[in-house]
Design a protein around this ligand. Structure first.
Ligand SMILES: Cc1cc2nc3c(=O)[nH]c(=O)nc-3n(C[C@H](O)[C@H](O)[C@H](O)COP(=O)(O)OP(=O)(O)OC[C@H]3O[C@@H](n4cnc5c(N)ncnc54)[C@H](O)[C@@H]3O)c2cc1C
Length: 445
C-alpha cells in the first residue's frame, strides 16, 4: 500500500488563508462563508488522503477545479475546501482519439493541445473554464449542437469516493456514478480526479459572421433570431448579445454572432446564408470570415472581463416571441452599464441524448450577466435587482435553468428532469450516505 501523503492544511484565520480562498473564485463577489481548512491537492493521492482526513474530522467537503462557478458554489461554511486545480495534466492518444484530462485543465488549454494535432473537443466558449465543473454540469461547448453536450463525450472518470478510495466509473463499472457524472454538476457524489474523453477530428472550416445593431432595433432583431433559430443548421451557433457598450464599437448596441463548424468553406458559407434574411438597419454586418477557435473564444471573452463582481441567472424557454416580449423589454429598459449584458442563445436540440443525469434543455437559452467592478460598488444593488427582475418576469415562460450559470444559492429552480433528480438522490443515498460532499447551493446542506 502506498504511504499516505502529508496533507498541508491552510487553516481559517491563518496567514495566506484569505488569499487562498479568494484565489479559488473567478467571481470577485465571494459569499461570506469560510471553510475550516483549505487543501491544495497536487495529485490524486493527495486528493484521496484529503478526503480520508475530512472523514476522520467529520468535515464536509466542497470541491473546486477551475473556479468558474458564477455562484462560487464551493465556498461553504465550515469543513474542507478541496482545491483540485493543480490536477491539470493532459494525455492525448491521437490514434485512439481519446484524452485523459485532469479536472483543473482549462477549456482553452485543452483546445490548444488538440489544435496542434488537428483534433477537437467541444470545450467551453471562454478561456479559463475548468473542465472539472464544466463537464460535470453538462458542457455547452463549441459545436455542441452537432457533437452533443460535452459530457456525452466522457467515456469514463476516475474519482475519489466518500471513503477516500480512488475508483473508476464507466458504463461497465460503477455505472450509476458514471451516469451521475454526466450532468449532476455540483450535486456529484465524489471528487473527480481524471476524465477520459472521446475526441473528434477538427472541423475543416471554422468561421463566423458578426453583426451589430443599435438598441432601437431590439424587437425586430429579437423576432428574427427567435424565428430563424430552430431552422438553422446544427453546425451553426446563433447568439444575440445586448449591452450598453459593445466591445467592437464602444457604443450601446446588440451583437448577432454566428459561428459555424463545417467540412468545407463552401458548406460553411451555405449554412450561414440564413443571415441574408436579417432585419435592415444594422450598424455593420461584417463579411464571413474564417477564424480559429482561439480567436472565436477571445471574441466571446470580451464580454467577460476578469476581476469583476458577478450576479448571474438564466432561463430555458420555448415561449413565443409575443409571450416573451414584455419581459424582454423590461430587461432592455433596465439594462445596467457594461460589462453587464444579456444573451439569447439558439439551442433547439435535435439529437437524441444519452442516458445520463443531464436532462433539461429547451429551444432557447437566455442569461443575464450582472457585472460590476470593485470601483463601482454602488452598482451591486441595481445590477442584482436587474437580474432578479428579469428572471422573475421570464419565470412564467421558463422550463428550468442550466447548471452552467446556476444561481441556486439565491433562487431554487429546476435543472434536471424530476425522475433524474430522484435517481441522483438515491445514488447519493448509496454512495455518500453521510453526505461527505456538499451538493447544490439550493439545498440547506
Ligand atoms: C466566463 C465564463 C464562461 C463560461 N462559458 C461556458 C460555456 O461556454 N459553456 C458551459 O457549459 N459553461 C460555461 N461556463 C460555466 C462553467 O462551465 C461552470 O461554471 C463550471 O462549473 C465551471 O467549472 P470549473 O471547474 O471552472 O468551476 P468550479 O467553480 O471549480 O466548479 C463548479 C462546481 O463543480 C463541482 N466540481 C468542480 N470540480 C469538481 C471535481 N473535480 N469533482 C467533483 N466536483 C467538482 C463543485 O460542486 C464546484 O462547486 C462559463 C463560466 C464562466 C465564468
Amino acid at each position: 500500500m502506498a504511504p499516505t501523503p502529508t496533507i498541508e492544511l491552510i487553516h481559517r484565520g491563518s496567514e495566506g488563508y484569505e488569499e487562498a480562498r479568494r484565489a479559488t473564485c473567478r467571481n470577485r463577489h465571494l459569499p461570506d462563508r469560510y471553510a475550516e481548512v483549505i487543501v491544495q491537492a497536487t495529485n490524486e493521492a493527495e486528493a484521496a488522503a484529503a478526503i480520508r482526513l475530512a472523514a476522520e474530522n467529520d468535515w464536509r467537503v466542497a470541491i473546486r477545479s477551475g473556479g468558474h462557478s458564477f455562484s462560487c458554489n464551493h465556498i461553504r461554511e465550515g469543513g474542507m475546501l478541496l482545491d483540485l486545480s493543480r490536477l491539470n495534466d493532459v494525455e492525448i492518444d491521437g490514434a485512439a482519439m481519446t484524452a485523459a484530462v485532469g479536472p483543473g485543465c482549462r477549456s482553452d488549454e485543452l483546445d490548444a493541445l488538440l489544435a496542434e494535432r488537428d483534433l477537437f473537443f467541444p470545450v467551453g466558449h471562454c478561456q479559463g473554464v475548468g473542465l472539472g465543473g464544466y463537464l460535470l454540469q453538462g458542457g455547452f461547448g463549441w459545436n455542441s449542437r452537432t457533437l452533443g453536450m460535452a459530457c456525452e463525450s466522457v467515456l469514463a472518470i476516475d474519482y475519489v469516493d466518500a471513503d477516500g478510495e480512488v475508483r473508476h466509473a464507466s458504463p461497465e463499472e460503477n455505472a450509476d456514478v458514471y451516469w451521475a457524472a454526466r450532468g449532476s454538476g455540483p450535486g456529484f457524489v465524489g471528487a473527480i480526479t481524471r476524465y477520459h474523453l472521446r475526441l473528434y477530428p477538427r472541423p475543416a472550416f471554422i468561421g463566423s459572421r458578426l453583426g451589430v445593431y443599435p438598441l432601437e432595433k431590439f424587437e425586430e432583431v429579437f423576432r428574427w433570431v427567435k424565428e430563424v433559430g430552430p431552422t438553422v443548421s446544427q453546425h451553426v451557433e446563433l447568439m444575440w448579445v445586448v449591452t450598453r457598450r459593445l466591445p467592437i464599437t464602444g457604443e450601446p448596441g446588440m451583437m448577432v454572432i454566428v459561428a459555424v463548424f463545417a467540412d468545407s468553406e463552401e458548406e460553411a458559407r451555405q449554412e450561414v446564408s440564413f443571415v441574408d434574411s436579417r432585419p435592415d438597419g444594422a450598424t455593420m454586418f461584417l463579411p464571413f470570415t474564417e477564424m480559429s477557435l482561439a480567436e472565436l473564444t477571445a471574441e466571446t471573452m470580451s464580454n467577460y472581463p476578469e476581476d469583476h463582481n458577478h450576479v448571474v441567472d438564466n432561463t430555458w424557454t420555448h415561449a413565443t416571441a409575443d409571450e416573451l416580449l414584455p419581459a424582454m423589454r423590461g430587461i432592455l429598459e433596465d439594462l445596467p452599464p457594461a460589462p453587464s449584458h444579456f444573451i439569447w442563445l439558439n439551442w433547439s436540440p435535435k439529437t437524441q441524448r444519452s442516458e445520463m443525469a443531464f436532462s433539461l434543455e429547451d429551444e432557447f437559452y437566455t442569461a443575464q450577466y450582472g457585472l460590476w467592478s470593485e470601483d463601482d460598488e454602488h452598482l451591486e444593488e441595481p445590477v442584482t435587482a436587474w437580474v432578479n427582475a428579469g428572471i422573475a418576469a421570464l419565470a412564467p415562460h421558463s422550463s428550468g435553468i442550466q447548471l452552467a450559470d446556476e444561481n441556486l444559492a439565491r433562487r431554487d429552480a429546476p435543472f434536471m428532469a424530476e425522475a433524474n433528480r430522484a435517481r441522483l438522490e438515491s445514488i447519493r443515498q448509496e454512495r455518500d450516505p453521510g453526505r461527505r460532499f456538499h451538493t447544490y447551493g439550493s439545498v440547506a446542506d
